[in-house]
Design a protein around this ligand. Structure first.
Ligand SMILES: [Zn+2]
Length: 153
């Protein structure tokens, strides 16, 4: 009986670890060496639930925690994490990208003026028709960004 209990507990542990692996494991699985710098940035990104962050915001957070890292390194790391599937890049306009820790399919409200992204569940948006992509290409995913501002009185 004891052995069965241990077995079940062991399975549960393994399943939990599989669902939410520790950051070093997530980096290794993505083929990224878990350097101290990457781990420090990953902790800022992933330790407090889902969020949307710009390179500049992350740079500011690192600075406040005395993590010495250049903005160029922040950009490189964010793009490496994105390529590895740990983040999703949301491009608002050329030169303005947010990095989303929620990589599941979903859409966004963009609050203009404040510059904030708010998640919209994937099933809250339905598209009646999509254009045919240019020859030789296929649609890889559809991201909807709905730009919002204060309601007019
Ligand atoms: Zn999002």
């Amino acid at each position: 009986m004891r052995r069965i209990h241990d077995h079940i507990m062991g399975m549960t542990m393994t399943e939990q670890q599989h669902e939410v692996p520790a950051v070093p494991e997530r980096l290794k699985r993505a083929g990224l060496r878990p350097t101290r710098q990457r781990l420090a940035l990953a902790a800022l990104l992933f330790d407090h639930g889902h969020r949307h962050v710009t390179a500049e915001q992350l740079h500011g957070e690192a600075d406040r925690r005395a993590i010495k890292v250049s903005l160029a390194t922040i950009y490189n790391t964010l793009h490496q994490f994105t390529t590895a599937g740990l983040l999703r890049e949301v491009v608002i306009e050329p030169g303005r990208s947010y990095f989303d820790t929620n990589t599941d399919d979903h859409h966004h409200f963009y609050v203009e003026g404040i510059g904030q992204l708010v998640d919209i569940p994937a099933d809250s948006v339905s598209l009646a028709s999509l254009p045919t992509p240019p020859e030789g290409t296929a649609i890889s995913r559809v991201d909807v960004i709905i730009r919002i501002g204060p309601a007019q009185a």
